[in-house]
Design a protein around this ligand. Structure first.
Ligand code: FPP
Length: 231
């Protein structure tokens, strides 16, 4: 059977903390293990000819976590970007970031900008990392810019709003996967998920792997998408 491959897969990588706690380890041990999962899913996505993979790495609400965890996550982002860019280049992966950069530290912003510039000519998978992102905040910032640009009310339509979001130029996700067993969108892609298919895995993110990813892709392939019509 010829199953359609989603063009854009977005993932809420949840369960790192619980995975670590189960092993009586600090939460950051789970985040470190989560990077390994991310690496394998990026590779698998490129191999399956998925065009866009987006991962929810840090939400605007995550600042309320203990300072130690937030600091460790920021260091992990910097370290991972430093380490992984050569492999991303080899695999022709282009990196993009979405989210509000203004609240991030100088080092993180610098690494984000460098990895975007270094990979910008790559023509394979686009890996979008949502960092200090939330769906509502994306909309709030977009509306602010629309007002700043004094866009006349009669020009405001769905295409215009999409073009002001951080995801401008990226197609809406066909499939959103959430690991860790919760069935919530948690302020991720609110506008962009209008017609996305949802798939929840009970596995914690560090235990998610290529086989589980294929299960999600197969489930997606079997669904009938009607986009509000009769199909
Ligand atoms: C959610 O688990 C996971 C995160 C908040 C962080 C995910 C980040 C990574 C895997 C690192 C990615 C690296 C780059 C460069 C993008 P949780 O802490 O909410 O787990 P819990 O629900 O069990 O508490």
């Amino acid at each position: 059977m010829n199953r359609p491959v989603p063009r854009h897969v977005a993932i809420v990588m949840d369960g790192n903390g619980r995975w670590a706690r189960k092993r009586l380890m600090p939460r950051n041990f789970g985040h470190r293990k989560g990077v390994e999962t991310l690496r394998s899913i990026v590779k698998a996505s490129a191999a399956r000819r998925i065009d866009y993979l987006t991962v929810f790495a840090f939400s605007t609400e995550n600042w309320s976590r203990p300072q130690e965890e937030v600091g460790a996550l920021m260091s992990l982002f910097v370290e991972t970007l430093e380490k992984e860019v050569p492999a991303l280049m080899e695999n022709k992966v282009r990196i993009r970031f979405i989210g509000d950069r203004s609240a991030l530290g100088r080092k993180v912003i610098e690494k984000m900008r460098m990895s975007e510039t270094q990979t910008e000519k790559n023509k394979g998978l686009t890996l979008t990392i949502a960092l200090n992102y939330s769906g509502r905040d994306d909309l709030v910032r977009a509306f602010g810019r629309i007002v700043e640009d004094t866009v006349p009310a009669q020009h405001i339509d769905e295409t215009l709003i999409s073009s002001y979001l951080d995801t401008a130029g990226i197609p809406d996700p066909d499939l959103i996967i959430r690991t860790g067993g919760e069935h919530r969108i948690s302020n991720f892609f609110l506008w962009q998920s209008a017609y996305s298919e949802f798939y929840t895995s009970s596995r914690y993110w560090p235990d998610f792997n290529e086989k589980e990813f294929d299960k999600a892709l197969n489930a997606y392939g079997k669904r009938e998408r009607r986009f509000g019509g009769l199909g």
